[in-house]
Write a protein that binds this ligand. Structure first.
Ligand SMILES: [Zn+2]
Ligand SMILES: [Zn+2]
Length: 417
């Protein structure tokens, strides 16, 4: 996590020095907080695999490839193949798009948006795609080592600072290829699903080169219009549930889930239209007004959140179950509360209160913060001060925003009004 954070900040600094800053402050905070929710959910193990690799291996291994570099190579290739198809399915079907929408929700393209990862997949059903590795008897331990490396290797190419990479463009997924993948221009939509090797796209007919004449415009055609990663994660699912409920035809209620992404029952689409970007060159990016003080405060909250999570991950065994779930809940409440404020929602104060009351209740009940007083003896007064100050500051911001938003529009400086 510190390495990722450092690289994200380095990219911001580099862009600023070069006069080509691709990182907006609030968007970066939103991306980083999405990364926080994702790792928290993963650490808590809140998802189950319908078909585990171990099960496949036990039942389908035909041979056992000898231990060595070849085993790792096969594992990497099979993961890359499975990755291509899982990714493609996530893009092409309504139901599965919900698990991936968060990754594309940023209207920027930078290292930070690579950290936007899902919290909304609770059942993993594509384990079957690892069958080729199981047939060859690749041990589970090898998959367990290669899988995170394969995932981390997808981080670096989320950048606009690397243009083209010569002969490498023919072999691996490069920033240029992946810019196309994140773009909503009609020419680029649903292209370049490959994760490490680009040939899967060429093989299965989804390859598209980045064209000089068509600068990529990033984001999703139904914009998320919020900085809150928890909301983005369930936005599409919520729309599907509402559409299925409202559809008059029973056939539509059932088929909506596996129709191509974006499909809606005709009667519902007419009655309850959803905003969609038709012209990628003329739309306003999500950019709610944010004063310098709100931006600074959001950074303070993000930093506090990173401190909370560092302690959590450093002491996860000591905290144990069920404490870890309570801690996870607190992290989620925290991210929800400060991103609501970034969105200028009045409900920010409610969420802030829920978070801070939860925090104070934990302190009183445990007479400690998950054992932290062994390391920091002053933890209790520090945290109580934080919870109180945070409540007051957020109340002040919400009051200020309410005042500002009441003024006639012409008096407001800047912003998107
Ligand atoms: Zn994608
Ligand atoms: Zn990406």
């Amino acid at each position: 996590m510190p390495v990722f954070l450092l690289l994200v900040l380095l990219e911001k600094w580099y862009g600023w020095r070069k006069g080509f800053d691709t990182v907006r402050n609030m968007d970066m905070i939103s991306s980083l907080s999405s990364g926080i929710t994702n790792v928290t959910k993963d650490v808590l193990g809140l998802s189950i695999a319908i078909i585990s690799y171990g099960w496949l291996l036990k039942h389908f291994a035909l041979i056992h490839v000898p231990d060595g570099w070849l085993t790792y190579f096969i594992a990497f290739m099979v993961l890359d193949f499975a990755g291509y198809w899982t990714h493609r399915i996530a893009h092409e079907y309504n139901f599965f798009w919900n698990n991936h929408i968060i990754h594309h929700s940023s209207e920027e393209f930078n290292l930070a948006c690579a950290l936007r990862q899902s919290i909304s997949s609770f059942v993993q059903i594509f384990g079957i795609l690892l069958l080729p590795a199981a047939l060859l008897g690749v041990p589970s331990a090898v998959i367990a080592i290669v899988a995170p490396l394969h995932l981390f290797a997808q981080f670096w190419y989320h950048t606009q600072h690397i243009k083209r990479m010569g002969f490498l463009e023919k072999i691996i997924v490069t920033p240029s290829h992946h810019r196309v993948h994140h773009a909503l221009n009609p020419e680029y939509l649903d292209k370049n699903y490959s994760q490490i090797f680009i040939f899967w796209d060429k093989l299965f007919g989804t390859f598209q080169e980045e064209l000089e004449t068509i600068p990529p415009v990033y984001g999703i055609t139904r914009p998320a219009q919020t900085w809150n990663p928890v909301k983005i994660n369930f936005q599409h699912l919520w729309l599907l549930i509402k559409d299925a409920w409202r559809a008059a035809d029973w056939k539509d209620k059932f088929r909506i889930w596996l129709m191509p992404t974006g499909w809606r029952p005709a009667d519902v689409a007419e009655k309850y239209p959803v905003y969609k970007i038709e012209d990628p060159y003329h739309f306003e990016k999500y950019n709610p007004k944010a004063s310098d003080s709100l931006q600074a405060w959001s950074w303070v909250q993000l930093t506090c959140c990173l401190l909370f999570i560092s302690y959590f991950f450093g002491n996860i065994a000591g905290i144990g179950s069920p404490g870890i779930f309570l801690y996870g809940l607190f992290i989620f409440l925290m991210v929800y509360a400060f991103t609501e404020l970034m969105d200028r929602n009045k409900s920010a104060i409610i969420w802030e209160l829920i978070k801070n009351i939860t925090g104070i209740a934990i302190l009183f009940y445990q007479k400690d913060w998950f054992g932290a007083s062994r390391i920091f003896s002053f933890i209790q007064p520090i945290l109580i001060t934080y919870f109180l100050v945070s409540t007051i500051v957020v109340a002040w911001f919400v009051y200020q925003h309410a005042q500002e938003d009441q003024q006639p529009l012409s008096y407001l400086p800047g912003g998107r009004y």
